[in-house]
Design a protein around this ligand. Structure first.
Ligand SMILES: [Zn+2]
Length: 722
């Protein structure tokens, strides 16, 4: 929906207080007024923004960014930083690079040897751990620059043991193994990718006593199911049998040697032992392997047959759990170095509130070529910047400052964004209106968005203004939300991308969005421009759509006089999340009443501020349109902006104090999993295991803590001291 004329014209800023009230004159004046570019209503610019789309420029930028593999800390990635910097500058944005010195790891050596069961089968396989180049691969000449397959921050070491198959490596999988009487301790766990964060796969294996972990991409999940006539990239979108998903196994956020502070040259750093004590780095070695190698290892395992949902795809062997007789020797050596990384920024200064920031963020570093992850997002970011540059040429200036952020070293553990957030924490806490993240912009069809709930309405409205890239007769809104309005917008509890430091550490209202979702060649050598052109987005119209909705949301946040935040949706959402706990706690004498009461207060404050804003808007009777009430407007906006911060707590989540937000934070057992009220959830999980009065009492304590935070939010939003 477009905003009313009243607010838009005020946004254009007019000093003409002396014109007459004659209707005719007013009409003539207004016509001239609107024709003059410098006074074009903001909504006109917003419509122009979508009309400026250009899929060829997006495809060109993506091609240029993905010519070579560009892992964080390498020269190749410094080159992509220079590319983004100069491209932003060419779109007339003021741009700069901010560097950090961070602890990253690269693989030095790895070996994996499988010994089968003598005397029946004495064959030994030394896996070559190599992703194959296919005939006609246009990237064959630079494939040698792809890093050997590894897990970032994996523990270095040499181990050996019989293999135990642990399915997806979830907590419940180990419960199943225990019930089957299978001993994991002292053995090497073979897990498959696809359900939880790989760092949690390694941690759960360690908790079960495994000495190392091998993680494979099962054909069932990544190879199209297998069977006769199975095809894979470049003939189909599926992962080739030699494809390997690399990635980090670090469970924390930011440089592990500088927890909570900025990684600059010569700064204080934790020692190796101190880092290990924090429990966020893996304590046993691990290696990722291909579907083909996983299949070979599976075939060496005997013992009980695994359950149906533990089995493989069509034509796969029968999966058994072991242990053994297949026996693995695994060794891995990583090289831990202090590397230089580059965050790139582009700024369009606000004309009326330059000290209020709307941030758009995407990371640039990739495990390989990064056509989907993350440079589809970088290409979309540059597209937004290009279109805003064109708007600037037509006379548009945002009311608030817009900052484009292009992060480095996200893949290692949100390192670039986290270091910057830690360095600028106070400025961000007092001045940022919202953070809008896009990691992988496109990996296929189907739009998905997650947000803090005060932004739900805005997202839906923006989707109504963008054409569906896969069906030109409807809007993105029609295909995304359609007739069923319930729970289509996800939440930001998970740790999957750069929104985490903003929402979970500082409490900045945030959004994350993408087309597609999980895709088979994720974090492998085959995530390249060819794959995108053939399977991800052949016409680049999905990229166009992401840029359009991303830019429209940013434009409205930057230009609207009153921030388009609706805290009634937030209260509604909190109420629903609270209800989910009822079954689990009611029989334990735990009361959710403090939470319900605080949510009620939040509702009242939300209604109050919505009314106050309406009063200000309606008091501007034409033609006293130019009555300046800046301070009143600013006060409303400050309350809307700062309310989210009050969800954060100085002490943070128990045992994970970097996570300050008490409503949205990662699940303890899966960093990708999004949980509401993670502190209450952690306490319940713990109490279910311990089942002591004390453990259930701590559940009640966590409920009180969250209730107090929500009460704080309602006080900030209400704007009055007690
Ligand atoms: Zn990414």
């Amino acid at each position: 929906m477009l905003k009313s004329t009243t607010t838009t014209i005020t946004g254009g800023g007019g000093a003409a207080t002396s014109f007459t009230t004659t209707t005719l004159l007013t009409a003539i004046f207004l016509s001239i007024f609107l024709l003059t570019t410098s006074f074009t209503p903001k909504s006109t610019y917003h419509s122009l923004f979508t009309s400026f789309s250009d899929n060829t420029s997006i495809s060109h930028n993506l091609f240029s960014l993905t010519r070579r593999p560009h892992v964080a800390g390498t020269q190749a990635n410094a080159d992509t930083a220079a590319y983004v910097l100069s491209t932003l500058a060419s779109y007339t944005l003021r741009s700069h690079i901010t560097s950090y010195h961070v602890s990253l790891t690269y693989p030095l050596s790895r070996t994996l040897i499988l010994t089968r069961s003598p005397p029946d089968d004495t064959s030994i396989t030394k896996f070559d751990l190599r992703q194959e180049i296919y005939a006609g691969d246009p990237y064959a000449d630079v494939a040698g620059e792809v890093l050997p397959t590894f897990h970032a921050y994996a523990k270095s070491g040499t181990t050996a043991g019989q293999v135990v198959y642990v399915n997806y490596g979830r907590v419940e999988d180990y419960v199943t193994l225990k019930a089957m009487g299978v001993n994991v301790s002292g053995n090497i766990a073979l897990a498959r990718y696809g359900q939880i964060f790989r760092g949690d796969i390694v941690r759960h294996a360690y908790d079960a006593g495994a000495v190392a972990v091998v993680v494979f991409s099962d054909t069932k999940d990544y190879g199209g199911g297998g069977g006769e006539g199975a095809r894979w990239f470049p003939d189909d979108k599926w992962m080739p049998p030699s494809g390997v998903q690399v990635g980090t196994v670090y469970g924390g956020t930011g440089d592990p040697t500088t927890p909570g502070w900025t990684s600059t040259s010569g700064c204080e750093r934790l020692s190796v032992d101190e880092v290990e004590l924090r429990g966020e780095l893996p304590l046993i070695p691990s290696l990722p392997v291909s579907a083909a190698d996983g299949d070979a290892i599976i075939r060496s395992i005997g013992g009980q047959v695994a359950g149906d949902d533990w089995q493989g795809g069509i034509n796969a062997p029968v999966y058994r759990v072991g242990p053994g007789p297949g026996f693995l020797n695994l060794s891995y050596t990583g090289n831990q170095v202090i590397a230089t990384i580059q965050n790139v920024f582009g700024v369009i200064k606000g004309s009326e509130e330059p000290d209020r920031f709307v941030l758009l963020g995407n990371h640039r570093d990739a495990w390989t070529f990064g056509a989907v992850d993350p440079n589809s997002g970088t290409a979309a970011l540059l597209e937004v910047a290009r279109r805003l540059g064109k708007l600037k040429k037509r006379g548009w200036r945002p009311r608030r400052t817009i900052v484009f952020c292009n992060w480095d070293a996200e893949e290692y553990g949100l390192v670039g964004s986290t270091e910057w957030v830690e360095e600028n924490r106070e400025m961000l806490a007092s001045r940022v209106v919202a953070y809008l993240n896009v990691d992988c912009a496109v990996s296929g069809a189907g739009f998905h968005a997650s947000a803090t709930p005060q932004l739900d309405e805005l997202l839906k409205q923006a989707a109504q203004q963008v054409q569906d890239p896969d069906n030109s007769s409807q809007t993105m809104y029609d295909s995304w939300i359609g007739s069923d309005d319930s729970s289509k917008i996800g939440r930001l509890g998970g740790g999957g991308s750069d929104y985490a430091p903003f929402i979970q550490h500082v409490g900045v209202p945030s959004v994350d969005m993408f087309y597609g979702g999980a895709y088979p060649v994720y974090h492998s050598m085959y995530d390249d421009f060819e794959w995108m052109k053939k399977f991800g987005d052949p016409t680049f119209h999905r990229h166009v759509a992401v840029a359009s909705i991303w830019g429209l949301v940013a434009l409205r946040l930057a230009d609207e006089e009153f921030l388009p935040f609706n805290y009634l949706s937030y209260a509604q959402e909190l109420q629903e999340s609270t209800k989910k706990f009822e079954d689990e706690v009611s029989s334990k004498g735990i009361s959710l009443l403090p939470l319900y009461k605080s949510i009620d207060k939040l509702k009242k404050s939300a209604i109050k501020i919505n009314k106050q804003i309406k009063v200000i808007q309606e008091s501007r009777v034409w033609p006293s349109l130019w009555k300046r009430d800046h301070l009143e407007v600013r006060e409303m906006n400050d309350r809307l902006m700062m309310a989210e911060r009050a969800f954060t707590d100085r002490d943070g989540l128990v045992g994970r104090s970097w996570y300050k937000h008490l409503v949205y934070g990662p699940s303890k057992h899966d960093d990708y999993g999004s949980k509401s009220f993670p502190g209450i959830d952690d306490a319940i999980e713990k109490a279910k295991i311990l089942n002591t009065a004390e453990s259930w009492h701590s559940v009640q304590h966590e409920i009180w803590r969250v209730a107090r935070a929500i009460t704080d939010v309602s006080l900030v939003l209400g704007g009055e001291l007690t």
